[in-house]
Design a protein around this ligand. Structure first.
Ligand SMILES: NC(=O)CC(=O)C(=O)O
Length: 297
């Protein structure tokens, strides 16, 4: 069996307290990322909308221009803060997500930027599935009032470690995306995400464990910390799940960092024990990772 994860990797998910002051959010993210790398993290993840409050009315207000890449500091202070931070901390950094504006098309996106330890941008993922839901008496949310969807599966190859898939929050509910990434060789599926008190209680842990179980890979969900003063109350509970669907680490709702040591042996042991990877019946149903798939490495 080829090694999906070439050597052990220490993952850190930063469950960040965020507020309405973008500069303060960026400064707080910097101090927590440096704390994580001081503790030995090689790959650090920030939450969805880590530089702004999460809400339809905030997307345009906080949006930054990311294209053409690289943007200037005026166009995207967050791009430069993340790039500088990855370099300073000498880490792979998944910059949660930020609201993006592309003036040529006048479209907004919910976009995740990933940087390597030299500060180079190595992946961009625009949230593919927009969070449009209506649970009467509980929560109504329509990202599509402002945002446009991304249109690809995103996989990034970290040369020393292997392939990691990056998607955002509601994307976790679509098993096809995870399955495609896993079948293209990802050892880890990462989702910066901000579930809420309704959907978090229902499905946060279940989604993480289901994606891990279906694909026998590691899964990381990284939430903002809960703020009961904010209009949108994030669920928190950032967590890492192993390839056998076991919870390696899960936070409560407060600010914190979830750490996990990821090892290839755990993937191999899981796949040896329950060998669904070699038992698929593509003569009965199609392989979703083949054919017309838009993805980018
Ligand atoms: N915020 C999201 O995109 C998704 C979410 O909260 C959910 O799926 O539940």
């Amino acid at each position: 069996m080829a090694k999906l994860l070439k050597k052990p990797l220490k993952l850190a998910l930063i469950q960040l307290s965020t507020g309405s002051d973008k500069s303060a959010n960026l400064a707080r993210a910097r101090s927590k990322v440096l704390e994580a790398t001081s503790a030995g993290a090689n790959l650090v993840v920030l939450p969805e909308c880590f530089n702004s409050p999460y809400g339809v009315k905030y997307f345009a207000k906080y949006a930054e221009q990311l294209l053409p890449s690289p943007p200037t500091k005026d166009q995207s202070p967050s791009f430069h803060a993340l790039s500088d931070l990855a370099k300073e901390a000498k880490t792979y950094l998944v910059g949660g997500s930020i609201p993006e504006y592309w003036p040529e098309t006048k479209k907004h996106y919910n976009t995740s930027l990933t940087f390597d330890p030299e500060g180079k941008l190595i992946a961009t993922h625009r949230k593919v599935h927009l969070f449009d839901i209506d649970i009467p008496g509980k929560i109504t949310f329509h990202e599509s009032e402002v945002l446009s969807p991304g249109n690809k599966v995103t996989i990034v190859d970290l040369p020393e470690y292997g392939k990691v898939a990056i998607a955002i929050c509601y994307d976790v509910r679509f098993p096809e995306l995870a399955m495609i990434a896993a079948r293209k060789g990802a050892f880890l599926l990462l989702y910066p995400g901000a579930f809420n008190l309704t959907t978090g209680a229902l499905h946060w842990e279940l989604q993480a464990r289901a994606r891990a179980m279906d694909n026998q890979v590691y899964v990381g969900l990284c939430s903002p910390a809960r703020d009961m003063e904010a209009e949108y109350n994030a669920w928190g509970h950032s967590m890492v799940v192993d390839p056998n669907a076991g919870i390696v680490e899960q936070l409560d709702e407060k600010e914190g960092i979830a750490y996990a040591e990821l090892r290839n042996e755990k993937i191999e042991e899981t796949r040896r024990g329950i060998p669904i990877y070699t038992q698929r019946r593509f003569d009965v149903y199609p392989d979703v990772s083949e054919g017309k798939v838009k993805y980018e490495e």
